[in-house]
Design a protein around this ligand. Structure first.
Ligand SMILES: *[C@@H]1O[C@H](CO)[C@@H](O)[C@H](O)[C@H]1NC(C)=O
Ligand SMILES: *[C@@H]1O[C@H](CO)[C@@H](O)[C@H](O)[C@H]1NC(C)=O
Ligand SMILES: *[C@@H]1O[C@H](CO)[C@@H](O)[C@H](O)[C@H]1NC(C)=O
Ligand SMILES: *[C@@H]1O[C@H](CO)[C@@H](O)[C@H](O)[C@H]1NC(C)=O
Ligand SMILES: *[C@@H]1O[C@H](CO)[C@@H](O)[C@H](O)[C@H]1NC(C)=O
Ligand SMILES: *[C@@H]1O[C@H](CO)[C@@H](O)[C@H](O)[C@H]1NC(C)=O
Ligand SMILES: *[C@@H]1O[C@H](CO)[C@@H](O)[C@H](O)[C@H]1NC(C)=O
Ligand SMILES: *[C@@H]1O[C@H](CO)[C@@H](O)[C@H](O)[C@H]1NC(C)=O
Ligand SMILES: *[C@@H]1O[C@H](CO)[C@@H](O)[C@H](O)[C@H]1NC(C)=O
Ligand SMILES: *[C@@H]1O[C@H](CO)[C@@H](O)[C@H](O)[C@H]1NC(C)=O
Ligand SMILES: *[C@@H]1O[C@H](CO)[C@@H](O)[C@H](O)[C@H]1NC(C)=O
Ligand SMILES: *[C@@H]1O[C@H](CO)[C@@H](O)[C@H](O)[C@H]1NC(C)=O
Length: 479
C-alpha cells in the first residue's frame, strides 16, 4: 500500500507552467467557430470548472517585453458561456488558469485593489439586468479568497450596480446605482415618465457609511442625452426607466474631486467633491473644451473607463458604438491632455485594435506599470497589450470575435485588467487519479513553484518517503 503526499516547495524562480490545453495560435478554425463561440476546457481535478481556451494572434518574442503585472483577470460572460466565474490566468504564452471563483457566479469586473496596506480581489456580484445595469453588492476577498468585506449601496431604493467599484487611497469605495425616479417627460408624450438616474456614492469601507452622493439628474437633463425616451428604454415605468445618462465609471483624485463618465451623453464630468457642482464637462453636447486636435480629442462616443493618468492627462476607452448605432468607425483607446486653465483638449495617443474592433459595449483601458497600455475590448472577445507608442505586442482572443460588423461577440468581458496577485488559499490541493495518472491542482495558489509525488510504505506512519515522480505538466490550475 502506498500513500501519496504532496511535497510543495516555495521557490522564487518563475516556473514553467503549462495549461491543460495550450492556447491556439492564430487559428482560423478557432475564428471560424469550429470549437464553439467560446472555446473552453475543463479540468480532470474538477470538471465543474470551465475556463477559456485562448487564441493568441500576436505574441511577443519574449514576454519580458510585456509589463510586470503577471496575471490577467477575466469574468467571461455571454448567453452561451457556461458556468460564469471570475478567473485569473497567467499573463504568459500558456495563459494557465490560476484561480476560478465559481461560487461567485456572475461577478465582475475582477480587479486587484489595495485597502489599508493589503491587496484584495474586488468585484460586484448580483443580477445583471438586460437593460444594462445591475442589482447587487460589492465584495473584497483577501489573499485566502475569503470574503473580507461586503458593501452595499446606502439608502437607495435599489441595490448597487456593477459599473464601478473603485477604492480610493482614503479607505473609501466608489460605487454606482441605477435608481428609477418619476420625471416629467411630457415633452416626449409620456404622461407619467420615469428616469433612470445615474447615481454614485462614496462609502466608508469599514462602516459602509455614506460619505458623498451625486446624481446625474442634478447636472444633466434629457436634452443632454444621445438617446431618446422610447429608443432603448421606454421611460413608461420604473422597470423600464429612461436611461438618459448611463453612468459607467467614477474616480476620485487627490484634489478630492470626481471624474464621472455618462455613456449616453458622450461626456465626462469633473465634479466638486465638497459641493457636488460640475467643474467642467469634456465631450458631449455641453463640451467646454476647445479641441486642439481638430475634433478628435472630444468626439468620443458611448465611452467607458476614463481614468486620470496624471493631473493633466486622462485615458479613455472610446467605443464609438452601441448595439443599436455606430458613431465611430473604430473603437479607440485614447490619451487626452487637458489644460483646465485654457480649457483645451489635445489627443496625444491612440490605441487601435489590430483586428479593427468596433465594440458596442463595455471595455477598458489600463496604463500598466511599465508604460504599456492594456485594453479589454468589452463586448468583443479580445484583449491587447500595446507598447506606449501604440504597437500591439500581445493580442489574445477568448471567443469567436466575428468580423468588424459584429459589434458584440458570443463571449464578452466587461473590463479586463492585468495585475499582480498573491493567493494563499486555505483550501487543500485537489487530487484525482485517472488513467494511471495522478492529477493535482490547488485553486488560486500562486506561490507554488513545483510539486513532487512521494511514497511511504506505511499509510499510518508517514515518516519515511521515497521520491516517485515529478509532474509531467507543472502547476497552474489542474492536470
Ligand atoms: C509554457 O509551456 C511550455 C510547454 O510545456 C513550456 O516549455 C514553457 O516553459 C511554458 N511557459 C511558461 C512561461 O511557463
Ligand atoms: C465548449 O467547448 C466544447 C468543446 O470542448 C465545445 O463543444 C462547446 O461548443 C464550447 N462551448 C461554447 C459555448 O462554445
Ligand atoms: C508580485 O507581488 C509579490 C508579493 O508582493 C512580489 O513578491 C512579486 O515580486 C510581485 N511580482 C511582480 C512581477 O511584481
Ligand atoms: C470544484 O469546483 C466547484 C466550483 O468552484 C467547487 O464547489 C468544488 O468544491 C470543487 N471541487 C473540488 C474537489 O475542489
Ligand atoms: C452572487 O449573486 C447571485 C445573484 O444575485 C447570487 O445568486 C449568488 O448567491 C451570489 N454569490 C454569492 C457567493 O454571494
Ligand atoms: C436617505 O434618503 C432620503 C430620501 O432621499 C433622505 O431624505 C435621507 O436624508 C437619506 N438618509 C441618509 C442617511 O442618507
Ligand atoms: C483623501 O483625504 C484627504 C484628506 O481629507 C483629501 O485631501 C484627499 O482628497 C482624499 N483623497 C481621496 C482620493 O479621496
Ligand atoms: C482626426 O482623425 C481622423 C481619423 O483618424 C483623421 O483622418 C484626421 O486626420 C484627424 N484630424 C486631425 C485634425 O488630426
Ligand atoms: C475605418 O476602420 C477601418 C478598420 O480600422 C479602416 O480600414 C478604415 O480605413 C477606416 N475608415 C475611415 C474612414 O477612417
Ligand atoms: C460578418 O459576419 C456576419 C455574421 O457572421 C455575416 O453575416 C456578415 O456577412 C459578415 N460580413 C462580412 C463583410 O464578412
Ligand atoms: C515510523 O517509521 C519509522 C521509519 O520506518 C520508524 O523509525 C518509527 O519508529 C515508526 N513510528 C512508529 C510510531 O512506529
Ligand atoms: C504501520 O505503522 C504503524 C504505526 O507505526 C504500525 O502500527 C503498523 O503495524 C504499521 N503497518 C505495517 C504494515 O507495517
Amino acid at each position: 500500500m502506498f500513500s501519496f503526499t504532496l511535497f510543495s516547495a516555495i521557490v522564487a524562480l518563475i516556473h514553467p507552467a503549462l495549461a491543460d490545453l495550450a492556447p491556439y495560435r492564430s487559428s482560423s478554425e478557432f475564428e471560424s467557430g469550429a470549437y464553439g463561440v467560446y472555446p473552453n476546457q475543463t479540468y480532470t481535478t474538477n470538471i465543474s470548472i470551465v475556463a477559456p481556451l485562448f487564441n493568441v494572434k500576436i505574441q511577443p518574442s519574449t514576454f519580458t517585453d510585456l509589463s510586470s503585472e503577471p496575471y490577467v483577470l477575466l469574468c467571461v460572460r455571454g448567453a452561451q458561456v457556461p458556468d460564469l466565474a471570475p478567473q485569473i490566468v497567467q499573463a504568459d504564452e500558456n495563459l494557465t488558469l490560476v484561480w476560478s471563483g465559481n461560487e461567485w457566479g456572475g461577478a465582475y469586473p475582477l480587479r486587484v485593489q489595495e485597502y489599508d496596506g493589503e491587496s484584495y480581489l474586488t468585484f460586484w456580484n448580483g443580477t445583471s439586468e438586460t437593460l444594462g445595469y445591475g442589482r447587487g453588492f460589492y465584495y473584497m476577498l483577501n489573499a485566502s479568497y475569503d470574503m473580507a468585506y461586503k458593501l452595499s449601496a446606502v439608502n437607495a431604493t435599489v441595490e448597487g450596480d456593477f459599473h464601478e467599484f473603485q477604492l480610493t487611497d482614503n479607505g473609501t469605495a466608489l460605487i454606482t446605482i441605477y435608481e428609477p425616479m418619476p420625471y416629467d417627460m411630457q415633452a416626449y408624450g409620456i404622461a407619467n415618465g420615469y428616469l433612470m438616474d445615474g447615481v454614485f456614492q462614496e462609502i466608508d469601507i469599514e462602516t459602509n457609511d455614506l460619505l458623498f452622493e451625486w446624481k446625474a439628474s442634478s447636472a444633466f437633463g434629457i436634452n443632454d442625452s444621445f438617446v431618446d425616451p422610447g429608443e432603448i428604454t421606454s421611460g413608461l415605468d420604473a422597470n423600464n426607466a429612461f436611461d438618459f445618462y448611463h453612468i459607467n465609471s467614477v474616480e476620485k483624485d487627490d484634489n478630492g474631486n470626481y471624474l464621472v463618465s455618462g455613456r449616453h451623453t458622450h461626456s465626462i464630468s469633473y465634479i466638486d467633491g465638497r459641493t457636488g457642482e460640475t467643474i467642467w464637462i469634456l465631450g458631449g453636447k455641453r463640451n467646454q473644451f476647445e479641441d486642439l486636435s481638430g475634433g478628435n480629442a472630444t468626439n468620443f462616443s458611448w465611452q467607458h473607463d476614463p481614468r486620470w493618468l496624471s493631473p493633466s492627462t486622462i485615458s479613455l476607452y472610446d467605443n464609438g458604438a452601441t448595439d443599436w448605432t455606430s458613431t465611430g468607425n473604430v473603437t479607440r483607446g485614447m490619451i487626452i491632455q487637458l489644460d483646465t486653465t485654457a480649457m483645451t483638449a489635445t489627443l496625444v495617443a491612440v490605441y487601435l485594435s489590430p483586428d479593427g474592433i468596433l465594440s458596442a459595449s463595455q471595455g477598458s483601458m489600463q496604463l500598466l506599470s511599465n508604460g504599456n497600455v492594456f485594453m479589454g475590448y468589452g463586448s468583443k472577445s479580445a484583449f491587447t497589450e500595446y507598447a506606449p507608442g501604440g504597437e500591439p505586442l500581445w493580442d489574445v482572443e477568448f471567443g469567436v470575435l466575428g468580423n468588424r460588423t459584429v459589434k458584440t461577440s458570443g463571449a464578452m468581458n466587461y473590463r479586463t485588467y492585468k495585475a499582480n496577485w498573491t493567493g494563499r488559499p486555505d483550501t487543500d490541493p485537489t487530487f484525482t487519479y485517472s488513467n494511471s495518472s495522478l492529477y493535482m491542482s490547488w485553486n488560486g495558489a500562486t506561490d507554488i513553484a513545483t510539486w513532487a509525488l512521494m511514497s511511504s510504505p506505511n499509510s499510518t506512519n508517514l515518516t519515511s518517503f521515497e521520491y516517485v515522480s515529478s509532474p509531467q505538466n507543472n502547476i497552474g490550475m489542474a492536470y
